[in-house]
Design a protein around this ligand. Structure first.
Ligand code: F6P
Length: 543
């Protein structure tokens, strides 16, 4: 079993000492010392490369980090997850999303029961439904085929499908439109339905618990919209549901045969591989969805079997820990150089921040080190013209992941060359930086007067030595997206094990939900002066 407090281990102390020893070393120096650094500090799984060479990490750093992983028993925890043990201790549940993409034939058991027959049954139900809808055999109440799909869900019941459908746009059904409505703000539903034809619109209500306030409110409003335009009897032809609470979904008025189930061992933010992925499967077709699962499965197998020093999720987790706890990074930017991955940072915000944004260890004691960082991001090159300034010259230390697909499907190859050049240039700029002397020399070479050049030199200098990882995919297709997302899942898990926290609960989101109910019922408004004041203004401005 793991140690309770990782910061009290000899390995942690050794890493602290090692960090001091590197105090005067810059990342760029490491490339001068080792001409083969890229080969030594990058890992590959077919057409999927993870380059961590632009980090302040030496062979000794990696040796010490792997020692730490052994002490924390990361491999043991990984094996317990793959064995279906109840590693989600505070909810007494298994963490078994890996079974959902077990495209091999081997059984996978939870509490002594092989879950694969049930998983396959839902796959069959999904496959039949997806084929019917895509081929126009599923008819709405007036006999129209389905052209618009509106997914109603939030958090894990929204972000994965929304991210994947956008990421895989070139592979989606060309004559169907997909909307994802999550926010309880009616503006979100309104925007989705503004141009929708009720006769050809299908709603997928996705909620693991089927109790989430936002989803039920949006689903009820959508049902009202539909019945006002068609008839109350139209609901079964236009509403299906995905839920682990099949009875609650049926009670909402959805025919039991149109409820796609999943299980309590699937965490919300790990659920896009379950029936929660139904909109992805409708968009891609069943074979495309299977490719997504197969890509994730390939990463699972790699995580399970690759030796520690060649293991990509383990290495990525260790490098993240090094940056967060030893190099004191303040934040973490995920920067996909792919417009279609625009929702990836939002997806990863839930994955990483809901999983590891914690201060309490598994044993109930407070953590003694920094845990999950603030994660943010935008596609490159847009981010370059927005927040990269702070990453290059700000006082906050941000570590970055750059992501690029080598082959492009946009049909604009020249633009892909520009995109690639920017992808490569940014991590280079972060690493090398530019000294004031270099800035001065550049300005003088451009014939600027010495006084002016001297005045500008510090403004135009960059610290450099800012760490980053680069991830290069062969192509942004279902298979590689599956691998990419599974990599981030396992890396998040590795970090949770190292910090000694449970990455699979989310008690921190409960208080706000309770207080919203109190405020809705009126009892919570007077709890503090600010809330009472704001509510009084709100009421006054209704008139
Ligand atoms: O509020 C957080 C959360 O519980 C997430 O973990 C989950 O993905 C989301 O709400 C939605 O929950 P459900 O799928 O049960 O509607």
């Amino acid at each position: 079993m793991s140690v309770a407090d990782i910061t009290r281990t000899a390995e942690w102390t050794a890493l602290k000492r090692h960090r001091q020893a590197l105090a005067k070393t810059r990342i760029a120096d490491l490339f001068k010392e080792d001409a083969q650094r890229f080969q030594h500090f990058s890992l590959q799984l077919d057409e999927f490369a993870f380059d961590f060479s632009k980090n302040l990490a030496t062979t000794e750093t990696m040796r010490l980090l792997h020692e730490l992983a052994r002490t924390a028993d990361v491999a043991g925890w990984r094996d317990r997850m793959f064995a279906g043990e109840h590693i989600n201790s505070t909810e007494d549940r298994a963490v078994y999303h890996v079974a959902l993409r077990n495209v091999g034939r081997e059984p996978m058991t939870v509490d002594g029961k092989d879950v694969m027959p049930d998983v396959r049954k839902v796959w069959e139900q999904m496959r039949a439904f997806v084929t019917n809808v895509r081929e126009g055999h599923w008819h709405g109440a007036t006999g129209e085929r389905i052209r618009t799909v509106v997914n109603i869900g939030i958090g894990g019941s929204d972000l994965g499908p929304a991210m994947a459908v956008q990421a895989l746009r070139p592979f989606c059904h060309p004559e169907m439109t997909f909307h994802f409505v999550s926010n309880v703000d009616g503006a979100h539903l309104h925007a989705a339905l503004a141009h929708a034809d009720p006769a050809s619109t299908l709603f997928i209500v996705s909620s693991k618990t089927f109790t989430t306030q936002e989803t039920l409110a949006n689903a009820t409003a959508a049902r009202g919209w539909l019945t006002a335009r068609l008839s109350p009897g139209a609901v079964p032809k236009h509403f299906v549901a995905v839920s682990a609470a099949v009875d609650k979904a049926s009670a909402f008025g959805i025919a039991p045969e149109n409820v796609f189930g999943f299980w309590d061992w699937v965490g919300g933010r790990y659920s896009m591989w379950s029936a929660i992925g139904l909109p992805i499967a409708v968009a891609l077709g069943w074979e495309g969805f299977e490719r997504l699962l197969a890509g994730a499965h390939a990463m699972d197998q790699h995580f399970k079997t690759a030796p520690a020093e060649r293991n990509i999720p383990l290495t990525m987790g260790l490098i993240a820990l090094w940056n967060i706890d030893f190099l004191e990074a303040d934040a973490y930017a995920v920067l996909p150089y792919a417009q279609d991955l625009a929702r990836l940072p939002a997806y990863l915000q839930q994955l990483e921040m809901e999983s590891n944004g914690k201060t309490t260890r598994r044993d109930g004691k407070p953590v003694k080190c920094a845990t999950g960082p603030v994660l943010f991001g935008e596609p490159g090159t847009n981010g370059q013209h927005a927040f990269y300034q702070l990453i290059h010259q700000g006082t906050q230390r941000v570590f970055c992941d750059f992501i690029l697909a080598a082959r492009d499907r946009s049909g604009y190859p020249d633009q892909h060359l520009l995109l690639t050049a920017n992808f490569l240039a940014q991590s280079q700029a972060l690493m090398f930086g530019k000294s004031a002397a270099e800035a001065m020399a550049e300005m003088r070479a451009a014939k600027m007067k010495a006084g002016k050049a001297r005045a500008l030199a510090t403004h135009r200098s960059f610290f450099g030595d800012r760490p980053s990882n680069s991830i290069l995919l062969g192509e942004l297709d279902p298979y590689h997206l599956g691998k990419l997302v599974a990599l981030y899942e396992h890396k998040t898990f590795v970090l949770g094990v190292l910090w000694g926290i449970n990455s699979f609960d989310q008690w921190g989101v409960e208080l706000g939900k309770q207080l919203a109910s109190d405020i809705l019922s009126g009892s919570g408004v007077a709890r503090d002066g600010s809330t009472a004041g704001l509510k009084a203004l709100y009421d006054a401005w209704q008139r």
